[in-house]
Write a protein that binds this ligand. Structure first.
Ligand SMILES: Nc1ncnc2c1ncn2[C@@H]1O[C@H](COP(=O)(O)OP(=O)(O)O)[C@@H](O)[C@H]1O
Ligand SMILES: [Mg+2]
Length: 233
């Protein structure tokens, strides 16, 4: 379990598995912490989260993937396993999959938190993903901010690094409500330049970390998922 970790300062960190990213954040994501990966549709949030979980699985760290989209396991796996780094056999034990779609529509926020915490206690993961977290905003009107506050506080009490993804409308950078509650924010962006669609990553904040502040080009491919390119453009 020490293999996936590196030490910078006094913080334990988990490697992201994303080539080029860890060197931007002093070796990895603080453990424990809650980090928001934000971007418009198609910028690579789910790819990022899957890479983070499979990296953990390769190092003997358990993963727990909560989705909020009412997606059956087989459906999620059909897409995820298009990536070469995703071995479907990892799902079930090394990475536990739990869809919250139905519960979100039917349960009170406190009930939702209880269900999530029960699952975390059962699985005891080092890596947790909630993808996408932002859909809860539409369902928990009024309670959303206090729910996010409770959720992130409780997540920090478990020994895990949690990635939450936030989908934003084109042109917006990140969901403001979520950004208040998290320890780190990684932005994924897309822009149209000379007819080509280019993708970028930027570390907006990372508590306890002297992170790089510049925008880096990224590539998304079947072999590695997301790769941070060395040159700026
Ligand atoms: N298996 C794959 N091989 C290559 N590119 C892919 C693959 N799967 C997804 N992509 C590319 O990555 C983009 C981002 O996908 P995704 O991570 O699902 O974005 P988000 O979760 O932010 O909506 C897709 O729109 C597609 O262009
Ligand atoms: Mg997604």
């Amino acid at each position: 379990m020490n293999i996936g970790r590196s030490q910078a300062g006094s913080l334990v960190r988990l490697t992201s598995g994303i080539p080029g990213l860890d060197e931007m954040i002093e070796g990895g994501l603080p453990f424990p912490s809650v980090v928001l990966v934000a971007g418009a549709a198609g910028t690579g949030k789910t790819t990022f989260a899957l890479r983070f979980l499979t990296e953990g699985a390769a190092k003997g760290e358990r993963g727990l993937l909560f989705t909020t989209l009412s997606e059956p396991t087989q459906w999620m796996l059909r897409y995820a396993s298009q990536f070469e780094f995703v071995d479907p056999d990892l799902f079930g034990d090394a990475i536990v999959y739990h869809d919250l779609g139905t519960v979100i529509r039917e349960a009170e926020p406190s009930e939702l938190l209880r269900i999530m915490e029960d699952r975390i206690a059962e699985v005891m993961p080092q890596r947790i993903v909630i993808d996408p977290l932002s859909v809860l905003g539409d369902m928990l009107v009024g309670n959303y901010r206090s729910f996010l506050f409770d959720l992130t506080n409780r997540l920090k009490n478990w020994n895990a690094t949690t990635l939450v993804t936030g989908e934003v409308p084109p042109g917006e950078l990140y969901p403001a409500e979520i950004s208040y509650a998290v320890d780190g924010i990684i932005l994924l962006m897309m822009s149209e330049e000379e007819g080509a669609r280019r993708k970028y990553l930027e570390v907006l904040k990372m508590r306890g970390t002297a992170h790089m502040t510049e925008k880096r080009s990224i590539d998304i491919n079947r072999q590695e998922g997301i790769v941070v390119l060395r040159s700026r453009f």
